[in-house]
Design a protein around this ligand. Structure first.
Ligand code: VGL
Ligand code: ZN
Length: 209
């Protein structure tokens, strides 16, 4: 399988805080870096997302006295998992992994910058209504299919893939280019929801071949 002119690689949240040693480390999250570096040159177009929270973001457990990371609370828009403080705007944790080699990336889309709303998806914030602008960008540029890699499979990659479908794009999860947090069955749940939404699955080897 070869990537064509209508295809774009979307590299989701490959940031220090999601890698070992980071504030919200995804197990073996750094292992996606060589996969992404190998894959990206096979695509004519590459875009990246960057989780980008202001201090005191409402997805942080620290913003809710008495609450702990990984608990769930109800916010105005529904259930929200609470996280350790992570990807604070301008911090080292919010920077891309230093091994990532993507000078050709055409777009860096920041998300989660509104204090009151989290944004797992690259397309919609967690109220599922506030758009980030990515769908319009991709449509205006004529892309038809989005290949997804990055962190974490069961959160930002999952929501982005499902929303790509919702916005009428074909979506392909490059499985070995992702790693999961896997909080209480969230990976199995994410895989089921992506399958139901028509997200295809592929390995990076199938793309390179
Ligand atoms: C993510 C939890 C909180 C992700 C971002 O990139 O998957 N997960 N913020
Ligand atoms: Zn976040």
């Amino acid at each position: 399988m070869r990537a064509g002119a209508d295809d774009i690689l979307l590299v989701v949240d490959v940031q220090n805080d999601f890698c070992p040693g980071g504030a919200l480390a995804v197990p073996r999250g750094d292992e996606v870096v060589p996969v992404v570096n190998r894959l990206a040159p096979l695509f004519p177009h590459v875009a990246m997302t960057q989780d980008w929270h202001p201090p005191g973001h409402l997805s942080f457990a620290s913003a809710h006295p008495g609450r702990k990371p990984f608990e769930t609370i109800d916010l105005a828009y529904g259930a929200q998992t609470l996280w350790p403080d992570h990807c604070v705007q301008g911090s080292d944790g919010a920077a891309f992994h230093r091994g990532l080699n993507l000078p050709q990336a055409e777009l860096v889309l920041r998300k989660g910058f509104r204090r009151e709303i989290d944004s797992y998806s690259a397309f919609y914030e967690n109220d599922r209504r506030t758009p980030t602008g990515l769908a319009g960008y991709l449509r205006e540029r004529g892309f038809k299919r989005v290949f997804l890699v990055g962190l974490a499979t069961d959160f930002c990659v999952h929501y982005s893939a499902v929303d790509a479908r919702r916005e009428g794009f074909a979506a392909v999860l490059v499985e070995d280019g992702c790693r999961a947090i896997d909080l209480a069955g969230s990976l199995a749940d994410a895989m089921a929801k992506m399958a139901a939404a028509g997200v295809e699955r592929m390995t990076s080897d199938a793309l390179a071949g």
